[in-house]
Design a protein around this ligand. Structure first.
Ligand code: FAD
Length: 310
């Protein structure tokens, strides 16, 4: 049985999510990785270096840059017949591509997979992470999106062959006209090993600088609650939870966060939780492995000062 993984990449860099997807699906069979875009030679080389990759297919066209989902589906439709599994991460591209491909191939997509039990059996969270559903599918081909943070990354050190694939006759109806990016030198939130999250009690965008300073000292990504995002204290793409990003870091430091169900839906994969809260009875305080009861404006500067001393 063979697997085709659609690579995630941005600004010429392979996303860490792809290494995790490759590692997860390697148990299903030999893995080929498809890299599409324009000027993506370095991305293809990075994909070829992942252990478990048999071959990298590279298809370069400006159609992939201007309308990635439409064009990706047109190419995948022709390639999918050679594979039993087509998989990618459950990021914005995967969520766009896989359902469209499923409609074209008349298959049921299996989305947000967090565990692969076998070739026809997968676990995925439902009801905002409050239950885990086991899906068994006897379809001839499985189309999967995987929550990358639930899996370990494939190591690098491989040198798989890279083969060009010509994409012909791609017609698109959509076009990307602009991309607005948040500049950040912190790690990717969805795959970071440490995340420092701030709640609405941080009080202002200026207050979030304190959260960012602590995150930088720890080499961590910054997250936020929806209340903090709605208040304008943190950008949209920092939101963690049911309607934000799903994270699974080794360590989550939750600062001034109550632990509403919708936030908890995004942090269930966190291995250790440290909560800093004035309220020892807050729902997240009860869930935390370590609870620091105190005012974040006292505790966080002390933590930063201690880290500076190291
Ligand atoms: P609060 O609940 O107000 O909690 C603030 C906490 O800070 C309290 O525990 C308080 O004790 C503590 N505190 C106050 N002052 C200090 C201080 N000085 N120092 C330390 N601690 C202090 N939320 C998400 O986060 N992600 C989602 O994806 C999401 N999706 C949603 C989807 C829907 C459909 C709905 C209805 C809601 C969603 N929410 C989501 C919102 C969610 O219900 C909560 O409102 C939100 O998570 C609360 O954010 P918070 O913890 O920052 O604020």
């Amino acid at each position: 049985m063979s697997v085709l993984v659609l690579a995630d990449h941005d600004l010429g860099t392979l996303s860490p999510a792809t290494a995790r997807v490759v590692n997860a699906v390697a148990q299903l069979g030999p893995v080929d990785v498809l890299v599409i875009g324009e000027g993506v030679d370095e991305v293809a080389k990075a994909a070829a270096s992942l252990v478990g990759v048999a071959k990298v297919l590279i298809s370069q066209s400006d159609a992939f840059a201007s309308a990635p989902a439409d064009s990706a589906v047109a190419l995948l439709e022709t390639l999918a017949v050679r594979y039993q599994f087509v998989a990618t991460s459950a990021g914005s591209v995967g969520r766009d591509v896989i359902p469209r491909l499923a409609a074209k191939l008349d298959l049921m997509p299996i989305t947000d997979v967090v565990k692969i039990l076998g070739p026809n059996s997968f676990e995925r969270p439902i009801y905002a992470g409050n239950a885990v559903q086991t899906v068994t599918s006897n379809q001839p081909r499985q189309l999967l999106t995987l929550r990358a943070s639930a899996f370990r990354a494939a190591a690098s050190g491989n040198a798989a062959p890279i083969e060009p694939v010509v994409a012909t006759g791609i017609t698109t109806t959509a076009k990307i006209i602009a991309a607005h990016r948040t500049e950040s030198d912190t790690p990717d939130l969805a795959t970071a090993q440490i995340v420092v999250g701030g709640g609405v009690s941080v009080g202002s965008a200026e207050g979030f600088k304190l959260i960012e300073t602590l995150a930088k000292k720890l080499g961590a990504a910054v997250g936020a609650t929806r209340a903090a995002v709605d208040a304008g204290y943190a950008p949209n793409d920092w939101q963690v939870g049911q309607t934000g990003k799903i994270i699974a870091p080794d360590l989550y430091i939750a600062i001034g966060i109550s632990g509403a169900l919708q936030h908890l839906a995004g942090i269930q994969g966190a291995k250790k939780i440290v909560a800093i809260n004035t309220d020892a009875e807050a729902p997240l305080s009860k869930l935390a492995d370590v609870l620091l009861v105190g005012d974040l404006f006292d505790v966080v500067p002390q933590l930063i000062a201690e880290l500076d001393r190291l």
